[in-house]
Structure formats: structure tokens, C-alpha cells
Design a protein around this ligand. Structure first.
Ligand SMILES: Cc1ncc(C[n+]2csc(CCOP(=O)(O)OP(=O)(O)O)c2C)c(N)n1
Length: 251
């Protein structure tokens, strides 16, 4: 319409299929951001996603790009194979914290240490969401889960694994950030982080990693608004920010 300004468009990378996620879950926001970044970088024809098991296992329903599914924890290994076979593709993984940092920890660390030219996205909701909210490596001390009904006791179950801080030490990691999507400002920062993580791959700099603190209202037993607020509490244990970027390093 004359005089009006387009404020909202639907990324072509997304299909029209409604998300299956629970109310208040942040997967939907991250999916939308990922779609916007793939579109901004003109990657629709050469993006290749590797979905994990967990709540995002139906990733291929929602994107009009090639996506395969890797067994629990193997997404970074599968993505490595895809990227090495077809270096012209923009290859990414989309994993939960259980997938990336529990059963898949070895694959994840080794791919990052090798500096594979892939982009890994880890959705950190501090639990195994899909299977009913069990303890994961990122569960907060004191947090109640179905396998720690009294709350996580670090003397028994250890302390949360800070994946971004671990990966940021590796020279092969070109970009490493932790973001959240519980406020509009943070949503914009999260999009920027995803953009940079893909750029690290497209510019052949190394492994790109974005960890997203994500609400799981059902397993946290909170309403969506309280769950979104709880992200601020998570950010005390898992600080937000860019932990490593090739742009800071001397070339
Ligand atoms: C090879 C294999 N092992 C175990 C499972 C069972 N399983 C399905 S989802 C899941 C938990 C996933 O948790 P997370 O990766 O944190 O993702 P979320 O569901 O929270 O998004 C597990 C253990 C499986 N589907 N496949």
C-alpha cells in the first residue's frame, strides 16, 4: 500500500507448517532467526542442515532446504562428512544440550578442535526436553529434574558444563557465542551471532558455535512468561556474550 512500510515478511526458507513445539518454547524463535540468517546470506540453495534427536528432530518439516537427521550426538560428525564431501555447502547442526554435550560431547569437541568448517547451534534448555526433562550436562545446581527430584546436587551429579567457555579455547573455533532470545534486544543479538557463525564457515575461518539459552516451560513446570524470565537466572551460570571471534585475531 502506498505510504506503508513492510515490517514483516515470511522467510522463504521456512515452510508454512506450524511448529509442533510446546507453548513458550524458544525453538520456534530460533528457527525463525536461523531462517532469516540463511536468507540474508543467500544460502537457500546450498544450506545443508543436520538435525539431532530431541525436540528439534522434525527440523526438516520447517525448512525448505536439505536436512538430514543424525543419531543422538552424532550431528557434528555427520556434518563434518557432508562438508568435506561437498565443501561448497553451508553445513550446520541443530542440537539440544543433551545431544551436543552429553552423548555427543566427543564428536562435538573433536569437530571443534579440528576446526571443521561447520556451524553448530546448541539449544541449551538445561534438560533432556523431549524425553521428559531428565538431568543434562547443563542442569543448574539445585535444579529439579525427573532424575534429580531433590535438585541437582553437585557433589553427586557434578557441576554444569559450560560448553561455550570450553570451545572458546580451541584455535580451530573461529566464532563462539552464547545468546538468549527472551527479550527483543537479545533476539537481535542472537540473529547477529548466528550470522557471524555462518560467516566463519563461509569465509573458511573455522568452526562456528552458537549456544542459545532456551526456555522449556513444560519440563521446568513454569508458565511461558515465568520460564522466559528464568533465562536471566540461567545467564548467571551461563554468561551471554561472544567468547571468541576470528575478527579479534591477527591473521
Ligand atoms: C540414538 C538415540 N539415543 C537416545 C535417544 C532417546 N532420546 C530422544 S530425545 C533425547 C533427549 C534429547 O535432549 P536434548 O538433546 O537436550 O534435546 P531437547 O529434547 O531438550 O530439545 C533422548 C535421550 C534417541 N532418540 N536416539
Amino acid at each position: 500500500m502506498p505510504g506503508s512500510k513492510v515490517k514483516f515478511t515470511f522467510p522463504r526458507v521456512l515452510t508454512a507448517r506450524p511448529f509442533h513445539y510446546c507453548p513458550g518454547c524458544h525453538h520456534g524463535i530460533v528457527h525463525r532467526l536461523l531462517a532469516e540468517v540463511l536468507e540474508a546470506l543467500d544460502l537457500r540453495e546450498r544450506a545443508y542442515g543436520v538435525a539431532s534427536i530431541g525436540c528439534a528432530c522434525f527440523l526438516y518439516y520447517y525448512y525448505d532446504i536439505d536436512i538430514c537427521e543424525a543419531p543422538h550426538g552424532r550431528a557434528c560428525a555427520a556434518a563434518t562428512g557432508a562438508k568435506r564431501a561437498r565443501p561448497e555447502l553451508a553445513v550446520f547442526t541443530y542440537q539440544g544440550d543433551g545431544d551436543f554435550a552429553a552423548i555427543g560431547l566427543n564428536e562435538s569437541l573433536q569437530a571443534a578442535a579440528r576446526g571443521e568448517r561447520i556451524t553448530a547451534i546448541m539449544i541449551n534448555n538445561t534438560v533432556y526436553g523431549m524425553t521428559g526433562g531428565q538431568l543434562s550436562p547443563t542442569t543448574l545446581p539445585g535444579q529439579k529434574t525427573t532424575t534429580t527430584p531433590q535438585g541437582r546436587d553437585p557433589r553427586v551429579y557434578g557441576y554444569p558444563l559450560k560448553v561455550a567457555e570450553i570451545l572458546a579455547q580451541f584455535p580451530g573455533v573461529a566464532y563462539c557465542a552464547r545468546v538468549a532470545v527472551n527479550t527483543p534486544k537479545r533476539v537481535l543479538e542472537a540473529r547477529q551471532a548466528l550470522y557471524q557463525a555462518f560467516l566463519a564457515q563461509l569465509e573458511d575461518r573455522g568452526f562456528g558455535y552458537v549456544e542459545v539459552l532456551s526456555a522449556c516451560p513444560v519440563n521446568w513446570k513454569l508458565d511461558p512468561v515465568s520460564a522466559a524470565r528464568k533465562i536471566d537466572e540461567l545467564a548467571e551460570t551461563f554468561p551471554l556474550g561472544v567468547f571468541r571471534t576470528w575478527k579479534d585475531e591477527k591473521s
